[in-house]
Design a binder for this molecule. Sequence first.
Ligand code: SAM
Length: 311
Amino acid sequence: MVDRLGRVIDYMRVSVTERCNLACKYCRAASDDDCERRELSKTDIIRCAAAFAALGGKKLRFTGGEPLLRKDIEDIIGGVSALRRYDDIALTTNAHGLKDRLRGLITSGLNRVNISLDSLNPVKYRALTGGSLDEAMRGVNHALELGISLKVNVVLTPDNINEADDFIALARENPIEVRFIELMPFGPYGSGHMGRVTNQDIIRQRPWLNPVRQPGKTADICVIEGYKGTVGFISPVSRRFCGGCNRVRLTADGKLLPCLGDAAEFSLLEALERGDEALKEAMREAIYIKPSGHCFGGGFEPERAMNRIGG
Ligand code: SAM
């Protein structure tokens, strides 16, 4: 559907849980204490996906929290795939536990996976996320073995900018899109460090990267001769892309957020009770008034940590 500013909104990011098995410094508090335990059921998630498809939705991404913590994520993806309305069903994960489940996820209908990877140094990875680099790399390698389309997300911070060349080398050696994502002001770390390093710092020092903006995409992409993969830059802070934003977010507790960098949220819970037409109408109303742009840097302090939205 088209919002009040003429943007085509056809992409929904669906958070299936706020819980996570890691505690990335830039994302959330170190415990699950503040997580909402009431999560949309598989049936209600599939109903929301069906309603969004009826409004013109073409692409879904499952995220969280950590989506693999949902034991029914395969069934959710299977149910959405069975709608036969989405040509793109993706998952964003920290890849802990992915190796044992990826084949099943693909069988259910998953066609793309993004793996978060914020350091290639095991000690630093643990310090940034609380997790195991070996385990994350097992997921990366298995995705490569199975041949599923793979992106690696690197949230750029003052702690990992010195690894930029190592990440770029991952794209040289493997058919991966390695994407540097600028830090947004979530949690104390994000608020304190946002803007201290930006993608432009990486690009300025490596003019050969030559990123190109693609219409309708958030990432500026570098295609580099001799590389098996590509390098992407997602720059919400230094090169915002709100004018072409095509997405909304469904939270695990049933709210529709038209913009990641704005406080507006619309509960779908009542509409879910009233029926599918009411659900479609509630989504239509929320999407139509999507804000013109995010308020990061303008004093906006998000009330929800990123794990409670679904990055
Ligand atoms: N647990 C999964 C994971 O680690 O990929 C999915 C949830 S995570 C919130 C989704 C994405 O949000 C990840 O790619 C993560 O890197 C990104 N993210 C989280 N906090 C962020 C921040 N403050 N700024 C920019 N990106 C952030």
